[in-house]
Design a protein around this ligand. Structure first.
Ligand code: SF4
Length: 75
């Protein structure tokens, strides 16, 4: 387990998203500083690049990943 390589530029980790859930710090510990594999933002970035990661996607929202990637293929 290691820090996510996206951490320096990640809007979620750096509190630059429009909203910040109460569980943000827990998510940072779990994903950003723990295991980034299950992070929804990380999954989209790995599959389609940083530009494809929606600004409002939180690490725990893995249920959105498939739809986001499918939408990219259509576009
Ligand atoms: S939110 Fe996800 S992509 Fe961003 S630093 Fe944390 S683990 Fe990495």
């Amino acid at each position: 387990m290691a820090e996510c390589e996206c951490l320096p530029k990640c809007p979620f980790f750096n509190d630059r998203m429009a909203s910040r859930p109460a569980t943000a710090q827990l998510m940072k510990n779990q994903y950003c500083l723990g295991d980034s594999g299950p992070c929804a933002r990380h999954q989209v970035k790995v599959a389609a690049g940083s530009d494809a990661v929606p600004g409002d996607l939180f690490p725990s929202q893995t249920d959105r990943v498939q739809a986001i990637l499918a939408g990219l293929k259509k576009g």
